[in-house]
Unconditional design. Structure first.
Length: 232
C-alpha cells in the first residue's frame, strides 16, 4: 500500500511539472524577449539555416524525482532557443552534459536536439529566465516576471537536496526565492545550508567565456558534481 502511495505521489509531481512546462511554453509576459526570440528563430545562424528553430520559452528538463536541481541563467539564442531544450545545442551544453554523464546524471555525453534520447537520472535542469535575452542579459523586470515559474518548481520538486547554482544570476535568483538572509557572497564551491535542510552549491557558469579561458575546468566542475552526490 505504501509503495502505491509513493508511486501516486510521483505521478502527481510529474504531471504538475508537465503542466507548468506547458504554461511556460505559452508565456508572452515580456514583449522584448518575445520579439527577440522570435526574430532569432526567423533570421537564424548561417550554420543552422536549414533547421526549424524552437523560438519559444524553453521548459525545464529532467527527472521529476531528482535530488539535484541545476539552475542556469537563460536559453542561448542559437542553443536552447533553437532546440527547445535547456543547454542543448551549444558549447555550454557540451561541457555540462559531458560532465553530467561522467557523474552518472546523464545517459549520454552529447546533447544535440530535444529528441536525441538524452535522459537525466536524479537531476533536473531549470533557469530563472526561460526566453533567450539579447546579449544574454535579461532585465531585472524580466527576471521578476519569470520568477514565479522557479518558485513553483521549488515547491513541486519534492526530493531536491542540492540546488546547484551555475553563476551569480542563478545563485541570486535561488537566494531570493528561498529567502536566504544574509546571503553569502558568490564564489565557486560555495555551500549554503538552508534551514529546510537543502544545500545551495555554487559553480562558475559553464559558459564558453569560463570554460575556454580555463576559469572553469572539467576537473573543477567534476569536483562540484561529486560534492553534490556526496551531500544529496
Amino acid at each position: 500500500m505504501r509503495v502505491a502511495r509513493v508511486r501516486t505521489k510521483a505521478i502527481v509531481h510529474m504531471m504538475t511539472l508537465f503542466q507548468l512546462n506547458k504554461e511556460i511554453i505559452e508565456c508572452k509576459k515580456c514583449p522584448r524577449l518575445v520579439e527577440w526570440r522570435e526574430s532569432i528563430a526567423i533570421e537564424k545562424r548561417a550554420s543552422f539555416r536549414d533547421e526549424k528553430y524552437w523560438g519559444k520559452p524553453v521548459p525545464s528538463f529532467g527527472d521529476s524525482n531528482a535530488r539535484l536541481l541545476i539552475v542556469g541563467l537563460a536559453p542561448a539564442a542559437h542553443g536552447a532557443n533553437r532546440t527547445g531544450r535547456m543547454f542543448t545545442g551549444d558549447r555550454s551544453g557540451d561541457f555540462l552534459f559531458a560532465a553530467l554523464h561522467r557523474a552518472g546524471y546523464a545517459t549520454q555525453p552529447n546533447a544535440t536536439s530535444s529528441d536525441d534520447g538524452m535522459k537525466l537520472n536524479d537531476a533536473y535542469i531549470t533557469a530563472p529566465v526561460r526566453c533567450a535575452p539579447p546579449q544574454n542579459k535579461p532585465s531585472a523586470e524580466e527576471q521578476k516576471k519569470c520568477s514565479d515559474y522557479l518558485k513553483r518548481e521549488f515547491r513541486y520538486l519534492k526530493n531536491v537536496k542540492v540546488i546547484l547554482a551555475l553563476g551569480l544570476i542563478g545563485y541570486t535568483a535561488i537566494s531570493k526565492e528561498l529567502n536566504v538572509k544574509p546571503r553569502p557572497k558568490f564564489r565557486h564551491g560555495l555551500e549554503v545550508e538552508l534551514n529546510s535542510g537543502e544545500v545551495i552549491l555554487c559553480s562558475y557558469h559553464v559558459s564558453q567565456q569560463n570554460t575556454f579561458t580555463g576559469r572553469l575546468t572539467d576537473e573543477m566542475f567534476d569536483a562540484v558534481l561529486a560534492r553534490a552526490k556526496e551531500i544529496s
